[in-house]
Design a protein around this ligand. Structure first.
Ligand SMILES: [Zn+2]
Length: 91
């Protein structure tokens, strides 16, 4: 992992965020980040895999949001259809 601000690679553990992910603090600039800080899907509560799967289904099969939410629910990710709408509009 590399710091997004100063590009150093030395971190110390600095607790956990609300989702339970490990927080690391850069020893040089003191910036905090998690393993997910560099992800294109940071800020969303679902894992990158779930989001990528939903996007793939939507783009490849042109499924309606309600069907995608139902398929994700079968895989244990309970997604609100409104969340899918907001996520697709924001990105
Ligand atoms: Zn840094």
């Amino acid at each position: 992992m590399r710091c997004q601000r100063c590009a150093q690679e030395q971190f110390v553990k600095a607790g956990r965020d609300r989702a339970g992910r490990q927080i690391y603090q850069c020893e040089a600039c003191r910036r905090w980040q998690t393993d997910r800080s560099t992800s294109a899907f940071r800020g969303y509560r679902f894992s990158d895999d779930i989001i990528a799967l939903a996007v793939r289904w939507y783009l490849r099969f042109r499924l309606p949001y309600a069907d995608i939410a139902e398929l994700l629910a079968e895989r244990g990710a309970h997604v609100d259809v409104c969340w899918l709408l907001r996520a697709s509009v924001q990105r």
